[in-house]
Design a protein around this ligand. Structure first.
Ligand code: F6P
Length: 532
């Protein structure tokens, strides 16, 4: 651990029992926020004071060089020997090379092919064997599912294309429920898999093809592949013209900007999709150009480092006050935990500080009626990241939106302020309680307060704003990874699961499968017995 980390920890200790509320002077509400292209990140309701901010910014010193290396196409994913260039997918006029090779002509060509294809599906000039496509089923998992599934729901007001469905789980229930009621002759199936080997996706793709084959003469003609493994997509029977490829420098969880976003493009149209890209490109430009203290991804990341590595809070909650951002927490779980949930630094040494936090969340106000009890009165503080749009998409229901926004602000205020024992006692006294009973009841009604939260505020959840927000979180993960010394772009921890499932499968089929532990063998035997 470097001296800077120690100084930060000392700074935190020196804050003692100081309260967030007491940090507020005339300027704090505006001095502890960052703005970019209509987006505001307010971190004033945290214990980050000027001294902490200064030290945190020093911690971020290595970020600029690493960021420039990423945008320049250097192979910063060192454990896989790859460049990291998802940003190139949203910077179509840009100029990006990898090892001296201009990568942009291929990116532009694929984007143009996707746009033409999406337009033709949407206007019916490409139709299914039973007529115009009414439904699209995206089959993929992890980064090949979460991004488009999250974004299609988020941009529902812009949805004017075919109905879109997502299948990810190898549990047959997932695909059975998704296909129920669909007409194979007017359904387009997208097989989204960077590697085209992921067992869940390939199993679901085969099931979808069998389903399709029962109803149409040429099932392959109603399939599309989104993959880096074009030859494997061909082997599956998907025509080259229906394969949209991308390079190994686009990581799965960073891939919604290119072909993996096709289901989104089909749903909202190429123009709205381009607005989504434009929002992300604007965030990229801000990330590159804004000074660190005014840089949204840098300050969001430093707030995360402060809460997790310095204050020791083990989790963070993402709480969108926007029902259409329902899938954002799940999307961020992969983005953040698959990227920064690692115990070894880039150079192979053990991390000297803890790695990334557990990320979780649900839209407000639903969460308020479920887990906010723990957030307000549990023993462990949970830093909350509120997300809110000033306006909804339902002008006739503006009163709903005001109530929604009021709840969001009320929660962050209550978390910070809490309710003191004296206030709780006064409440109980007003109800006529006295003596020991008043004391007992009052203690249950105390809120310690001093619980940190941040608020990310946008004008409206448009395609542009969604692009900004997703790119913001991507860069936040990057900045935290650089500060921790982690490679945020590999995922060796997930690869193990892929191998192990294949080794356990024979056990469940009653085949010879040596090398398993007694508990696993006994459970497998029980499952075999229950299945009969
Ligand atoms: O879950 C692990 C992972 O490798 C993710 O990184 C990726 O998004 C997902 O599997 C799906 O992989 P593929 O797109 O190759 O099917």
């Amino acid at each position: 651990m470097t001296e800077l980390w120690t100084r930060l920890q000392d700074h935190r200790k020196a804050q003692g029992s100081a309260r967030i509320e007491d940090l507020f002077d005339a300027d704090r509400a505006t001095a502890f926020r960052v703005q970019a292209d209509g987006l505001t990140f307010d971190y004033s309701k945290t214990m980050i004071d000027a001294g902490a901010r200064d030290l945190l910014l020093q911690l971020a010193a290595p970020v600029a060089a690493r960021r420039d290396a990423m945008f320049a196409g250097d192979r910063i994913n060192e454990t896989e020997g790859r460049a990291v260039l998802h940003t190139a997918l949203r910077n179509l006029q840009g100029n990006v090379t990898v090892d001296g090779q201009d990568v942009m002509p291929a990116v532009r060509d694929t984007h143009a092919r996707m746009s033409a294809f999406a337009a033709s599906i949407r206007d019916g000039s490409i139709a299914g064997q039973g007529g115009r496509f009414t439904d699209v089923v995206n089959i993929g998992i992890g980064g090949s599912d979460l991004g488009p599934a999250m974004a299609v729901l988020a941009l529902a007001p812009y949805h004017d294309g075919p109905r879109t469905h997502f299948v990810s789980n190898v549990d047959g229930a997932d695909i059975a429920d998704a296909l129920k009621g669909l007409d194979p002759a007017t359904t387009l199936v997208i097989v989204a898999s960077k590697t085209f080997t992921t067992i869940e996706t390939m199993t679901n793709a085969q099931t979808a093809r069998d389903w399709m084959a029962k109803a149409v003469a040429d099932p392959g003609a109603q399939f599309v592949a989104l993959s880096s493994a074009k030859a494997k997509a061909g082997d599956f029977g998907i025509d080259e013209a229906r394969v949209f490829g991308f390079e190994d420098w686009v990581g799965g969880r960073y891939s919604v900007w290119g072909p993996i976003g096709l289901s989104l493009m089909l749903a909202v149209g190429p123009q709205a999709f381009d607005q989504f890209l434009a929002g992300a490109a604007a965030m990229d430009a801000h990330f590159r150009d804004a000074p660190p203290a005014q840089n949204l991804p840098v300050m969001l990341a430093l707030t995360g480092i402060w809460h997790h590595q310095i204050c020791g809070y083990p989790t963070r909650a993402v709480l969108p006050y926007d029902n259409r951002l329902m899938r954002l927490p799940a999307y961020l779980q992969q983005l953040e935990m698959e990227s920064n949930g690692k115990r070894v630094a880039m150079d192979g040494s053990d991390l000297s500080v803890v790695s990334g936090p557990v990320v979780w969340g649900e839209p407000g106000t639903n969460g308020q009626h479920a887990f906010y009890q723990l957030i307000h009165q549990g023993t462990m503080p949970v830093p909350c990241e509120f997300i809110l749009a000033a306006r909804g998409h339902e002008p006739d229901l503006a009163h709903h939106h005001i109530l929604l926004a009021a709840n969001c602000l009320a929660q962050s205020e209550a978390l910070m302020r809490g309710r003191s024992l004296d206030e709780a006692r006064a409440l109980m006294a007003a109800k006529g309680l006295e003596g020991a009973e008043l004391d007992r009841q009052a203690r249950h009604r105390v809120f310690p307060g001093n619980r940190p939260s941040t608020t990310l505020l946008m004008e409206q959840l448009t395609p542009f704003a969604l692009g900004q927000i997703v790119a913001l979180y991507e860069h936040r993960v990057f900045v935290e990874g650089v500060i921790l010394g982690i490679n945020s772009f590999d995922q060796w921890g997930v690869e193990l699961g892929k191998e192990l499932a294949l080794k356990v499968e024979p056990l469940l089929k009653g085949e010879d499968a040596p090398g398993h532990d007694p508990s696993t063998e006994a459970l497998a035997a029980l499952i075999r017995q229950m299945r009969g």
